[in-house]
Design a protein around this ligand. Structure first.
Ligand code: PMP
Length: 330
């Protein structure tokens, strides 16, 4: 019989799909690494299993222990799936800008969720960083994976995402484009691709306008899961050849186009990464092979990005830029 004993075995090995419509016939191929095929619905399954395996091996996480993590949802789902398989309790801490649907998903998996204000500094006692630290100290047997400092976050991508892309493109990948949140995806995948290609593969970060990675001050933006107001340890500043800033509007309009034109119902950071990938494609040689990583699916954003009223409230449906000229007919 062809049966898997656990969903954990199905994490990683996601498909690569050619974008055909939103590219507008650009000569370089733009290939999407579709991470919603992971059992938890996002790229974060990869880091969840790698961080838990390592904590079990080091003795930091013991049988019956509790996983405490600040997460915007996707890491939580991955951790919750692995935790269920292995009998751990999960307590997650989320900023209040996270879509309610995503928090409901965490609770549906049996996790406890604590919600904190977005509009405070990371040092503030109510910030989601501070609250998760306090809970990790108070709960007996607690272990905090800390995806922002855990080297197993980028390492999981060095060991899985990078080799998968090299194999799937038969070594023909020329550019890798990904959003930057913790930086784990771009740092781990990017390092692998640079090493295996002798430095030939260009690594391009995509970042919401306002975030520090693209030179911003950390001012707020609406795109979830990407951008930072601090520099996390998991981001390797040596890896990116370029970081492209994308507005919330361009990200969200492209996210809607991906659903309508490519059948890819994906999250807002995916639209952001695709806008950056198309800018790379416009400047690349015709035989370039550009891979863009799409971190998660779109069902957690139905009440925001895919909701016309929400988009209109922010003025995101009016046409303003070259990449997204048709906002009003979406
Ligand atoms: N997009 C989404 C929706 C995410 O949740 C994350 C992770 N925070 C990212 C992109 C960025 O991935 P990374 O943390 O590996 O930089």
């Amino acid at each position: 019989m062809h049966v898997h004993d656990s969903l954990v075995e199905l994490m990683g090995n996601t498909p690569l799909v050619r974008l055909r419509k939103v590219t507008g016939g650009s000569a370089p191929q733009v290939l999407a690494k579709v991470e919603y095929f992971n059992p938890g619905g996002s790229v974060k399954d990869r880091i969840a299993v790698r961080m838990i395996d390592a904590a079990e091996a080091s003795g930091e996480l013991k049988p019956g222990g509790t996983i405490v993590e600040p997460t915007s949802g996707n890491t939580g789902v991955g951790l919750a799936i692995v935790a269920q398989e292995r009998g751990y309790r999960c307590v997650f801490v989320c900023p209040d800008k996270v879509a309610k649907d995503k928090i409901d998903v965490l609770r549906a998996y049996g996790a406890e969720v604590v919600i904190c204000p977005t509009a405070v500094s990371p040092e503030h006692p109510d910030s989601y960083y501070s609250v998760s630290d306090r809970l990790a100290a108070e709960i007996p047997g607690a272990w905090k994976p800390n995806q922002y400092t855990n080297p197993n976050n980028p390492r999981s991508h060095y060991e899985t995402t990078g080799p998968e892309l090299w194999e799937q493109t038969e070594g023909r990948i020329t550019h890798f484009v990904a959003g930057i949140g913790t930086g784990g995806t771009i740092s781990g995948t990017g390092r692998y691709l640079k090493e295996v290609s002798g430095g030939a593969v260009k690594i391009i970060g995509a970042d919401p306008e306002g975030s520090v990675y693209s030179g911003g001050s950390g001012r707020p933006y609406l795109t979830e899961g990407v951008g930072e107001d601090i520099w996390p340890e998991t981001y390797d500043r040596e890896i990116c050849d370029e970081v492209i800033a994308v507005s919330d509007r361009d990200s969200f309009v492209m996210t809607r186009r991906l659903a309508r034109e490519e059948g890819l119902l994906v999250g807002g950071s995916c639209g952001m990464a695709v806008v950056a990938a198309l800018r790379v494609a416009a400047a690349a040689e015709p035989d370039a092979v550009i891979v863009v990583l799409l971190p998660d699916g779109g069902r957690g954003y139905l009440s925001k990005i895919f909701n016309d009223e929400w988009m209109a409230d922010y003025g995101f449906l009016a046409p303003t830029t070259e990449e997204t000229p048709v906002g009003e007919v979406l």
